[in-house]
Ligand binder design. Structure first.
Ligand code: FES
Length: 110
């Protein structure tokens, strides 16, 4: 899989496609917000999908619940819930940015 984080200028490539994206990111030492520890209980690990939604595993029950509650949009997925097989271009939304990282489209407002 190839996961391109557009506003962090990072490309993650791994042959491990059967692990949650959040775990693949951790293995590549990419810092990612995960307030509930990857249990599908918070949505802080969400990302915007710019390209490659077809390369992301089907929605999990947790994602469906947050979609119904409008806590994530149709173009957002949860890194702790998804598995990627192919190329995905993504962007971290403002409310999921970590304050100590520099994002190409700006950081969180103080
Ligand atoms: S880390 Fe909480 S939902 Fe993914």
């Amino acid at each position: 899989m190839k996961f391109i984080i557009e506003n962090l200028n990072q490309i993650i490539e791994t042959t491990k496609e059967n692990v949650p994206l959040a775990l693949a990111l951790r293995e590549q030492h990419i810092e990612w917000m995960q307030s509930c520890g990857g249990k599908g209980r918070c949505t802080t690990c969400k990302f915007d999908v710019l390209e490659g939604m077809e390369n992301i595993s089907p929605y999990t029950p947790a994602e469906r619940k947050y979609l119904e509650n409008r806590q994530i949009s149709l173009t957002q997925r949860l890194a702790c819930q998804v598995r990627i097989s192919g190329k995905v271009v993504a962007k971290i939304p403002h409310d999921s940015k970590l304050p100590h990282l520099h994002y190409l489209d700006g950081n969180i407002k103080p």
